[in-house]
Design a protein around this ligand. Structure first.
Ligand code: SF4
Length: 288
C-alpha cells in the first residue's frame, strides 16, 4: 500500500462509523510495532469491496502493505498471503455485505483450518457503497432500494454465525467505543488462530443505527448493546452462544478457544510426516 493517496478521491461520509474503525486499527498496529519491535511492513491489510474496503487507501501514518481485492474474497487472499509468509500479521477488513453475503462461504472453511488472521468486520446493516441496498444484517421488513416493500428474508446474527462455524476467537465492538475496539483488535491480532472482531459501524447516510445501538432516552429507545459481563466465561462456546442470542448485542470478548492449533502448525505437522521422493522415485512412479 502506498502512502495515503491525495489523488484517491474516495471519502467516507461525515459521521460514518468506519472512521473509528480506521483509527482503532491504526492504534492497534502502532502499539504492536512498539511492543514487538517489528516494522510496519510486517503488517498486511486485506480488503474486499465496499465502503469498508476503502480503508486500505485511507489509513494515516506509517503504512502496512495492503491489497484491495475482489468482492467477498478477503479470506482466500489472506490465506494465500499467510501461507506464503507466516511471520506476517494479516488483517482482513470487510463489511457485512462483503463478508456475510458473497464472502460467507469462506468463513466455515477458514474456521476449520484455524487460519491465523485477524478479520475486522464493519457492520452497518446495508450495502453503503452502492447506495443502501439490503444486506444480510438488514432487519426484516426494512425498506431499501432493493426491498421497496420491506425486506422479506430473515437476518443473520453474525456473532452466532461465527460461533456456530467454529471460529476460534470472536469479539464484538462498537464504533462509538474506539478505545475498547482498539484493545479488542490488538488482542485479536495477537491470538494464534482465526480471530474476528465484529464492529457495529453505523452508516449515517443510508441506515443510521446510532440511536438503536446507543439508545435515545428522549425518543424512548433503549440501548441495543451491553458490555459482556465480567463473569462471562469466554472459553465456553455454549455460554458465548447464549450471550449472543440474548436479544441485544454484547460488546467485548465473546469467545476464545484455549490452546488453538493454527493452520500453519497443522501444515508443519503434516510436512514432518511427508517422505519426499527423489527424482528417480518420481520417474519410476510413471512406469507401467
Ligand atoms: Fe459510511 Fe454509509 Fe457513507 Fe459508506 S455510505 S461512507 S458506510 S456513511
Amino acid at each position: 500500500m502506498s502512502k495515503k493517496n491525495a489523488e484517491y478521491d474516495f471519502k467516507w461520509c461525515p459521521g460514518c462509523g468506519d472512521f473509528a474503525v480506521k483509527r482503532a486499527i491504526e492504534v492497534a498496529v502502532r502499539e504492536r510495532m512498539v511492543r514487538t519491535e517489528l516494522p510496519v511492513e510486517n503488517n498486511v491489510v486485506v480488503a474486499g469491496i465496499g465502503c469498508s474496503g476503502n480503508l486500505v487507501h485511507l489509513l494515516d501514518g506509517p503504512q502496512p502493505f495492503g491489497i484491495h481485492g475482489i468482492h467477498g474474497r478477503t479470506l482466500p487472499v489472506a490465506m494465500g498471503i499467510k501461507m506464503a509468509n507466516q511471520d506476517l500479521n494479516v488483517i482482513v477488513v470487510a463489511g457485512d455485505g462483503d463478508f456475510l453475503s458473497i464472502g460467507s462461504e469462506h468463513i466455515g472453511p477458514q474456521a476449520l483450518r484455524n487460519l491465523d488472521v485477524c478479520a475486522i468486520i464493519m457492520d452497518n446493516g446495508v450495502y453503503g457503497l452502492t447506495k443502501g441496498q439490503s444486506s444480510p444484517t438488514t432487519q426484516t421488513g426494512e425498506i431499501t432500494p432493493t426491498t421497496p416493500y420491506g425486506k422479506v428474508e430473515g437476518v443473520v446474527n453474525p456473532l452466532h454465525h461465527y460461533l456456530s462455524l467454529g471460529v476460534s476467537h470472536v469479539a464484538s465492538a462498537f464504533s462509538s467505543k474506539p478505545r475498547e475496539m482498539a484493545k479488542l483488535i490488538s488482542d485479536a491480532m495477537d491470538y494464534p488462530g482465526f480471530a474476528i472482531v465484529h464492529v457495529q459501524s453505523p452508516c449515517t447516510t443510508y441506515f443510521d443505527s446510532y440511536d438503536t445501538l446507543r439508545g435515545n432516552a428522549k425518543k424512548g429507545i433503549e440501548p441495543g448493546v451491553f458490555d459482556v459481563p465480567e463473569d462471562h466465561d469466554a472459553s465456553d462456546r455454549q455460554a458465548a452462544l447464549s450471550l449472543v442470542t440474548s436479544g441485544k448485542i454484547p460488546l467485548g470478548l465473546v469467545f476464545q478457544a484455549d490452546e488453538p492449533v493454527t493452520l500453519g502448525q497443522r501444515l508443519g505437522m503434516a510436512y514432518a510426516k511427508a517422505k519426499p521422493k527423489g527424482i528417480e522415485d518420481q520417474i519410476s512412479a510413471f512406469n507401467v
